[in-house]
Write a protein that binds this ligand. Structure first.
Ligand code: KIV
Length: 261
C-alpha cells in the first residue's frame, strides 16, 4: 500500500485529516504545506468553468487540471475525482481510472456512490488504484441539494452504504452534507477515515472547496467558513491597475525595458 495512504489510515482516532481542493499548481503549492489530502474535485465544473452542475465535466478537463496540481505537490496525498459518466461500468471505470493514474501520477481516485457501484470500487482496488468513496449529497447522481441522514431510516441506509464501500476496499469516504448524528454513527462504525464536508466535527477529517474559503467563488452556504475575502482584495488591486493605466502612471520607467541590442 502507498505510504501516504497508510499515513492517512493511521490518523483515524488519532489526529484530524486536513483536506482541500485544488485545480492548479499555484494553489496546490500553498495547500501542500498544510493539507494531508489535496482533491482535484469535479467542483471545478461550477467553481472554475461556471457550469451549472458537474455533469458535463470531461475526463480531459480533470486530467489537465490534475497535471497542473501535481506540479505543486510534494507531500500531500493527491486524489482525483472521476467525472460523471467515466465509471458507468467496471470495464470503463478501470480504463479511465488507469488513464487518470498513469497520466497524472495521482495517488488515488474518488468516485461518488450511487449505492450500487461497490463492485467498481472493488475492481479498481484490485488493480491497485486506491479509491476514496463519497456518500450523502452526491452531486453527480442527485439533481437537488438535500441534507442526508435526517431520520433513522436514512441513517441506517447511509451506514450500510459506508460499510459496503469500506468492504469494497476504499481507503476513506467523503461524507457530504449528512447530519451530525449520521456522521457520528458512520464514523464510529467503519475503520477507514471519514472526511466531512458540511457534516460536523464528528468526522475524522474535513474537506472544503478552497475557492469558497478564500472568498473567490461567491458560494457561501452555512458549512463554509470564509477565512479571507480575496474577491475584495483582488478587486482593489485591479481597480488600481486600471486607474494607473488610464492616467499613464503605469508602466513607469522601472517597468519598461530599455536595453537595445
Ligand atoms: O468536487 C469536489 O470538490 C468534492 C468535494 C466537495 C468533496 O467532491
Amino acid at each position: 500500500m502507498n505510504r501516504k495512504i497508510r499515513d492517512i489510515l493511521k490518523k483515524k482516532n488519532k489526529s484530524k485529516i486536513v483536506s482541500l481542493t485544488a485545480y492548479s499548481k499555484n494553489i496546490a503549492k500553498i495547500l501542500d504545506n498544510y493539507c494531508d489530502i489535496i482533491l482535484v474535485g469535479d467542483s471545478m465544473a461550477n467553481v472554475l468553468y461556471g457550469m451549472k452542475n458537474t455533469h458535463n465535466l470531461t475526463l480531459d478537463n480533470v486530467i489537465l487540471h490534475s497535471l497542473s496540481v501535481k506540479k505543486g505537490i510534494r507531500k500531500s496525498l493527491m486524489v482525483v475525482d472521476m467525472p460523471k459518466g467515466s465509471y458507468k461500468n467496471i470495464t470503463q471505470a478501470k480504463k479511465n481510472a488507469k488513464l487518470i493514474k498513469t497520466k497524472t501520477y495521482c495517488d488515488a481516485v474518488k468516485i461518488e456512490s450511487n449505492n450500487n457501484n461497490f463492485e467498481i470500487i472493488k475492481e479498481l482496488v484490485k488493480i491497485k488504484i486506491p479509491v476514496m468513496g463519497h456518500i450523502g449529497y452526491t452531486p453527480q447522481f442527485q439533481k437537488k441539494f438535500k441534507v442526508r441522514g435526517t431520520n433513522h431510516n436514512e441513517i441506517n441506509k447511509l451506514v450500510k452504504e459506508a460499510v459496503l464501500i469500506e468492504k469494497a476496499g476504499a481507503f476513506s469516504i467523503v461524507l457530504e452534507c449528512v447530519t451530525a448524528t449520521a456522521a457520528k454513527i458512520i464514523t464510529s462504525k467503519i475503520k477507514i477515515p471519514t472526511i466531512g464536508i458540511g457534516s460536523s466535527a464528528s468526522c475524522d477529517g474535513q474537506i472544503l472547496v478552497t475557492d469558497d474559503i478564500i472568498g473567490l467563488s461567491g458560494f457561501y452556504p452555512k458549512f463554509v467558513k470564509k477565512y479571507v475575502n480575496l474577491n475584495r482584495i483582488i478587486e482593489k488591486a485591479i481597480k488600481k491597475y486600471s486607474k494607473e493605466v488610464k492616467l499613464n502612471k503605469f508602466p513607469t520607467k522601472k517597468n519598461s525595458i530599455w536595453k537595445m541590442k
